[in-house]
Ligand binder design. Structure first.
Ligand code: C5P
Length: 213
C-alpha cells in the first residue's frame, strides 16, 4: 500500500506520516529532507545562476540514503534554502527517481511532502492532504523549536511560514496542491492523537472501498 501525505509547512504531515507508517508497518520517507539536504549543500553559494548550478550538482550527487546532520537539516533557515532549490526543475528531476523507487518497494511505503499525490505517486492507494491555518502552523513550529532550546520570535516565524507558502504555491515545477482524489484533513483544531485517528480512519475506509471494488 502506498500512502501519499502532502501539505504545507508545519501542517502536521510529517508527524502523521510517521504515525501512519508505524501503524501499518510501512517504511516512511520525509521527502522535504531531500530538498533540505540540497539546500544545506549550497548554503554558501551566492544567489543567481551559480546557486542554481550548484544546487543541480548537489541534487545529482545527493546520497539520499545517508542524510547527515538532522539538526542542521531541520532548522528554519534550511527550510528556506530548501524552498529556494525546490523551484529549480533540474533539482526536482534529480530527486524524482529516489522518491519513486522508495514508493515502489515491495509492500509499499508512506511518503510525505508537497507533490507526492500529484507528481511522485499519482497512483498512490491513499492520498491525504493535510491542512491547518497559518497561525496554528506557526504555533506548532514555534513549540518544536522551543523544545530544542531555540529562542523563537513568533512574529518573524509567522512571516517566514507565509513566505514559504507563497514560494511553494508559485513553484512553476511543483504540484503543490491537493490532488483531485486526495482526502482533505484539516488539523487546525486537532491534537496529534486525534489527527492520527482521523488519518487512519480515512486510510481504512479508502482501502475497504477499494477491496469492495
Ligand atoms: O516539508 P519541509 O518543510 O521539510 O520542506 C521544505 C521545503 O522543501 C518545502 O518548503 C518545499 O519548498 C520543498 N519540498 C518540495 N517537495 C517536496 C518536499 C519539500 O519542493 N516533496
Amino acid at each position: 500500500m502506498i500512502i501519499a501525505v502532502d501539505g504545507p509547512a508545519a501542517s502536521g504531515k510529517g508527524t502523521l506520516a510517521t504515525g501512519l507508517a508505524k501503524h501499518y508497518g510501512l517504511p516512511c520517507l520525509d521527502t522535504g529532507l531531500l530538498y533540505r539536504a540540497v539546500g544545506l549543500a549550497v548554503a554558501d553559494a551566492v544567489e543567481g545562476p551559480q546557486f542554481e548550478a550548484a544546487a543541480i550538482r548537489a541534487a545529482e550527487a545527493l546520497d539520499a540514503n545517508a542524510l547527515g546532520d538532522l539538526e542542521a537539516l531541520t532548522s528554519a533557515e534550511t527550510g528556506v534554502l530548501a524552498s529556494k532549490v525546490a523551484v529549480i526543475g533540474e533539482v526536482r528531476a534529480a530527486l524524482f527517481d529516489f522518491q519513486r523507487n522508495f514508493a515502489l518497494q515491495p509492500g509499499g511505503a508512506v511518503l510525505d511532502g508537497r507533490d507526492i499525490g500529484t507528481k511522485i505517486c499519482p497512483d498512490a492507494d491513499v492520498k491525504l492532504f493535510i491542512q491547518a491555518d497559518s497561525k496554528a502552523r506557526m504555533e506548532r513550529r514555534a513549540r518544536q523549536l522551543e523544545a530544542r532550546g531555540v529562542e523563537v520570535d513568533r512574529y518573524a516565524l509567522f512571516h517566514q511560514i507565509e513566505e514559504l507558502d507563497a514560494r511553494d504555491m508559485l513553484n512553476p515545477h511543483g504540484g503543490f496542491y491537493k490532488a483531485e482524489d486526495a482526502h482533505l484533513l484539516d488539523t487546525t483544531l486537532l491534537d496529534i492523537e486525534a489527527a492520527l485517528r482521523a488519518a487512519i480512519a480515512i486510510v481504512d475506509r479508502t482501502m475497504a472501498l477499494k477491496a469492495e471494488g
